[in-house]
Write a protein that binds this ligand. Structure first.
Ligand code: GLU
Length: 419
């Protein structure tokens, strides 16, 4: 029998129910949160370099605009489906509420393996996808950003397509752009910086003092910047991995050398063999001997099958949705704290917000200003979540959901239900 695909949306609805019960909410208060406001599915015909037409499937899901314009990234991945995008859009609504940004949540995706496309094909795909979702995006409606396999270059094509079809430059339609067209200083490292700030706060909270042994899964934008920043703070990165495999060294990997290797090998660890390091698989990384485990890859990585093997005392979710509900229960039983995605990786959208604020007011802030405002928001949000953890005796995920859901419910009550 074919294995049924893991549905991250169901995972989240379970946590929503627990949090709503803890908040003693009436069903009417949180029922609308279970449904995305708007879902768009588009076909994207692309003329390939060999002259063939190939049609790709794309989505944009707007989960909520209760607290402000919808906000969230665009992911290019061959196995992404509508349920994944729904879950990721819901996570954006919660994330923006946890850090108290005046945004709702959305997510977009195209079912494609971008590594199999030429640069020209990727650009045509992006421009056609943008044209297809134009009716629902815009600086006041819904603002995309980078996510898995998309970057500043892709954002530039989106900004240009949107601007050309409107007849004037509209930098505020996307965030995570290049600095040359209205991007913000500090945005490329922002998610990793946020993860490192939250990790530091969590280590203080648990009295885990001194340099820690940290394992990081994923060497994309989030994982590589998280490694760099925690390494610079004096921690030992004892294991790191990406889709091609991983490396471990109990004495600590030299992250400067690895960053250099990634820069020279299209951000892939394949073939990287530093002295003293051992090649490991992703499964070995998740179970390696470390103090802190930071999953920064895809969702559903920590499961009922591997949760018992995890040796870290603290898990910080750099990725969106890396822990399945069943694994979460095992971690709770084992006393392993999990700092949830909607708090831990919110640094990216916080600086996206700063970028958008600069764009719509034609401002330019310096990097210190961006980083210090980011730090303030991350630390404040961590403290607010921690306050719920301690006063309500709940785990970090439930507490973060409770904070987000209570803000959303308050906003909904003030706005009321139209008509
Ligand atoms: N894709 C990132 C996330 O999942 C950033 C979203 C944004 O900046 O809008 O949080």
């Amino acid at each position: 029998m074919a294995e049924t695909k893991y549905n991250p949306y169901d995972n989240m609805l379970q946590v929503l129910k627990v949090s709503a019960d803890k908040l003693e909410l009436h069903r009417n208060d949180y029922e609308p949160l279970k449904f995305p406001e708007r879902e768009m599915k588009v076909s994207i015909p692309v003329k390939m370099d060999n002259g063939d037409i190939q049609v790709f499937e794309g989505y944009r899901v707007q989960h909520s605009s209760t607290r402000g314009p919808c906000k969230g990234g665009i992911r290019y991945h061959p196995s992404v489906d509508e349920d994944d995008v729904k879950a990721l859009a819901f996570a954006m609504t919660l994330k923006c509420a946890v850090v108290d940004l005046p945004y709702g949540g959305a997510k977009g995706a195209v079912k494609v393996d971008p590594a199999k496309l030429s640069k020209g094909e990727l650009e045509r795909l992006t421009r056609r996808y943008t044209a297809m979702i134009i009716p629902i995006i815009g600086p006041e409606k819904d603002i995309p950003a980078p996510d898995v396999n998309t970057n500043a270059e892709v954002m530039g094509w989106i900004m240009d397509t949107y601007s050309m079809l409107h007849g004037y430059a509209v930098p505020g339609v996307v965030t995570g752009k290049s600095l040359d067209i209205g991007g913000s200083l500090g945005r490329p490292e922002a998610t990793g910086r946020g993860v490192s700030i939250i990790t530091t706060e969590a280590l203080n909270f648990f009295n885990m003092t001194g340099p820690q042994r940290i394992a990081v899964q994923g060497m994309g934008n989030v994982g590589s910047n998280t490694c760099k920043l925690l390494y610079a703070l004096g921690h030992k990165i004892v294991a790191a991995s990406d889709a091609s495999g991983g490396l471990s060294d109990p004495k600590g990997l030299n992250i400067d050398n690895i960053a250099q290797y990634l820069g020279q090998h299209s951000q892939s660890l394949a073939g990287c063999k530093p002295d003293g390091a051992r090649q490991i698989s992703n499964a070995e990384l998740l179970a390696c001997d470390c103090d802190v485990l930071i999953p920064c890859a895809l969702e559903g990585q920590l499961t009922e099958d591997n949760a018992e093997k995890v040796r870290a005392k603290l898990i910080v979710e750099g990725a969106n949705g890396p822990t399945k509900v069943e694994a979460d229960r095992i971690f709770q039983k084992r006393g392993i704290a999990v700092i949830p995605d909607i708090l831990a990786n919110a640094g990216g959208v916080v600086v996206s917000y700063f970028e958008w604020v600069q764009n719509i007011q034609n401002l330019m802030w310096d990097e210190d200003q961006v980083n210090s405002m980011l730090s303030k928001i991350m630390v404040r949000s961590f403290k607010q979540v921690m306050e719920i953890v301690t006063t309500k005796s709940v785990d970090f995920r439930t507490a973060a959901y409770m904070l987000a859901v209570s803000r959303l419910v308050k906003a909904k009550r003030v706005r009321g239900i139209f008509p």
